[in-house]
Ligand binder design. Sequence first.
Ligand SMILES: Cc1ncc(COP(=O)(O)O)c(C=O)c1O
Length: 413
Amino acid sequence: MPRSVSAAVPTSASLTPRPGAPSEVATDEAYWRLVAAQYRVTDAATNMEAGYFGMMAAPVLAAHHAHIDRVNRESSMFARREFTPIMFEARRRTAEALGVSAEELVFSRGATEALQALIGQYKGVNAGDTVMYADLDYNAMQWAMDALAARRGATVATLNIPEPATYENILAEYSRAFDAHPRTKLLLLTHCNNKTGLIHPVRAITELAKARGIDVIVDAAHSFGQVPLALPDLGADFIGINLHKWIGAPVGVGAMYVRAGRLDALERAHGDKGSEQSINSRLHTGTMNFANIMTVPDALDFQATIGIPNKAARLRYLRDAWVNKARDIPGVEVLTPDDDRLVGAITGFRLNGQTSREANAAIAGRLYDQFGIFTVARNGIAGGDCVRVTPMLYNTPADAEKLVSALRVMAAR
Ligand SMILES: Cc1ncc(COP(=O)(O)O)c(C=O)c1O
């Protein structure tokens, strides 16, 4: 396959969309061509696997290069004399975008580091207590919950998100699980899961949990920039995010959020002797990737120009462009509901009832090898494995059509 990279395009053209509701902006193909041109996408395949990490747009990449150059040139003089206020400003901007105060956030290298700190340092689980998570939560976070339970002599309760999922049956399943495990102290809850793309009704589940005295750690790795997001709306006190998926910052930037007044629920990071009242004492990353943090405001600026509601509407439009047709193909089972409360860009599907790891890896492999469409197989779902499709702003309705045509061929036995 060819492996060229399209040439950078001038970025001076205004990326501000014409005034209109996000649903109108979502279908303005001329506008989205302009946006797509900001992404220097390889033509090796049609990439519909933006769920791993989000490509930097050309202006963000250029800024990142300039920041790397500066850090390298000015070296420790930069790090010791200049970086701190730049980092504080990047944190302020991030907090502002998320609707929280800067003191409630600390930068991490990704959602994993933030969530491992939250889970691993959570104090409120003791011998005989229960910790809980669902099949659709991220595998590595499930492992962290298992490890916490093992260290504290607690038990692990799991639940399976129903298929097909509805707003009501998800809530009912969490209620049932809480009733069945009255000693539950801590719940891991993913906002948008990485397996099927289902957006879980976090606010409603968190309210159920809090009413029972259960703390909730929210995995929002896929939320910031995929859908409009204000962290207080999730209703949780502990949240892990990253900025390298849907905000399009360089790979290696995330953040840990702890609601004001809840730091006491977390041990210090590895005996950190910084201020007990500072969130920095709960996540100590050591020497930071300076250039990554410096690029955060550039990435936020790029997102703000488009507008997250417009971006979310476009992503949903691209998702619907393949899902609405795929649902009618005999043999294709779309796993992610159309309910606006439960879906963003990501959607999983199964083909001809195949649920094994091998079969789904083969489906993703054939989509790539035979049809030039890059997706990924996902595991850990109680109902069986699936293939995940994640469009991004560089994708087009024609890409969605290409996927539908491939699924028609592959579904036919
Ligand atoms: C749901 C979910 N949680 C956590 C992570 C880990 O994120 P990060 O790469 O920022 O460590 C991912 C990454 O794919 C994810 O999808």
